[in-house]
Design a protein around this ligand. Structure first.
Ligand SMILES: Cc1cc2nc3c(=O)[nH]c(=O)nc-3n(C[C@H](O)[C@H](O)[C@H](O)COP(=O)(O)OP(=O)(O)OC[C@H]3O[C@@H](n4cnc5c(N)ncnc54)[C@H](O)[C@@H]3O)c2cc1C
Length: 378
């Protein structure tokens, strides 16, 4: 049986981010690492957007940055300057290639391609994974493989954030590449919380993404109709070509993903790093990776599991409001963006706000539906 210090099961965003943080901190040199994924990443399968102050570990692969963000809500529109934050975009293929370039330079990291059939963990024993019938043992396993069919509790909600995006190109200049649209609710809200975001790369090229927070998916032609309507009716663009497309589903759930089972630690979406009320994950993955790398470096063991935080409660309340239709999503987000400065909203959504800031944000939201939802989630 092959033995490793750390086995990283799943080499997507969380697995590769963890490896990069281990390399960057020097924690990687304290052991042999096995990184496993089904297959090499050869296509740009997603685009990550996130806000950040200063520069992060993946700055070299940031493909675009915006310092001004538009929000279009119900009866309200504003373009806000977000410095010292910047809204950034990373194309996943650039990220995968960049990480593997660094991994190739480390001779104690082995990359294995194959289907992980099983992950085993017993108390006080090394854990193991089975790939193509062969077992690999690890002192610790960090897994980003999602559990199948999570069993929801009575107070759990499971909404889907689903979206289809097109990178479009126009013959003339129509976009302002310094300004992105974070949320534009000027689209039909009949199916549930629906909005579009627009990320312009140049005056003639932008990613336009039609997004919904609902329980079930649409037919592909419905996303396409949503995109076409927005491009013609709101952006007033009639002449354009679609260069690339993206489709994605992100779980928005307050289901309690386990963070650890004996020597197996869960990372990424599988480890609860997707913010239930927004779907943002990339920066939470970086935070989790930083914490694991620091703990391994200092103590030789991964950090202890953190128990429930106030943010899990806030996320549950917001999910309750959206999923039960106590308030339409456009109303909730419009009030939040209309009545709070962007840095406060970012800290709140990053789970980094003070209690005073929490109260400031919460007090800008309609009281009764949130009180009712809060009571139901206690
Ligand atoms: C299209 C799309 C766009 C997104 N955009 C954003 C965004 O803009 N901002 C943001 O913050 N978040 C975004 N997200 C959410 C989140 O950041 C991503 O889903 C992110 O990739 C989650 O990282 P992860 O490592 O948990 O999962 P993944 O990146 O999916 O990695 C899991 C890895 O495990 C591998 N794997 C799974 N099962 C097995 C198996 N049995 N054997 C071997 N390997 C296996 C997979 O091949 C994959 O590489 C987006 C998600 C999608 C789908």
């Amino acid at each position: 049986m092959d033995s490793y210090d750390y086995i990283i099961a799943g080499g997507g965003c969380a697995g590769l981010s963890l490896v990069m943080h281990l390399i960057q901190t020097g924690a990687a040199t304290s052991g042999n690492i096995l990184l496993i994924d089904k297959a090499p990443k050869t296509v740009n399968d997603r685009t990550w957007c996130f806000w950040e102050k200063g520069e992060g570990l993946f700055e070299p692969v940031v493909s675009h940055r915006w310092e001004r963000l538009w929000f279009y809500g119900t009866g309200y529109a504003d373009c806000k300057q977000i410095l010292p934050y910047r809204y950034k975009m990373i194309r996943s293929l650039d990220f995968y290639n960049y990480c593997h370039e660094h991994i190739r330079a480390q001779d104690h990291i082995t990359v294995l391609y194959g289907e992980i059939e099983q992950i085993n963990s017993e108390p006080l024993q090394d854990a193991s994974v089975v790939v193509n019938g062969q077992t690999y043992q690890g002192r610790y396993i960090f897994s980003s493989i999602l559990p199948e069919n999570p069993v929801l509790g009575k107070k759990d909600f499971y909404l889907l954030q689903h979206f289809k995006g097109w990178i479009i190109e126009t013959p003339g200049s129509v976009f302002s590449p310094g300004e992105a649209t974070l949320m534009d609710f000027r689209v039909d809200q009949q199916r549930g919380t629906s909005f579009v975001y627009v990320m312009p790369f140049s005056p003639m090229r932008a990613l336009v993404e039609y997004t919904l927070f609902t329980e079930s998916l649409l037919e592909q032609q419905d996303y396409e109709q949503g995109l076409k309507n927005y491009i013609s009716d709101i952006l007033h663009i009639s002449d354009y070509q679609v260069h690339e497309e993206e489709f994605g589903i992100i779980p928005m759930t307050n289901f309690h993903f386990r963070s650890r089972e004996n020597q197996v630690y869960y990372i990424g979406t599988a480890g609860g790093q997707t913010k239930a009320s927004s779907g943002y994950t990339f920066q939470f993955i970086q935070k989790q990776s930083r914490q694991i790398a620091a703990s391994l470096l200092e103590t030789g063991v991964p950090p202890a599991a953190v128990s429930g935080s106030k943010y899990q409660f806030y996320d549950s309340v917001l999910l309750n409001v959206l999923a039960t239709g106590k308030l339409p999503g456009d109303r909730v987000f419009t009030e939040m963006f209309r009545r709070n400065p962007m840095d406060r909203i970012f800290r709140f959504l990053d789970n980094e706000s003070s209690l005073l800031e929490d109260l400031q944000v919460i007090s800008t939201l309609p009281t009764m539906p949130f009180l009712k939802a809060g009571w139901q989630q206690i």
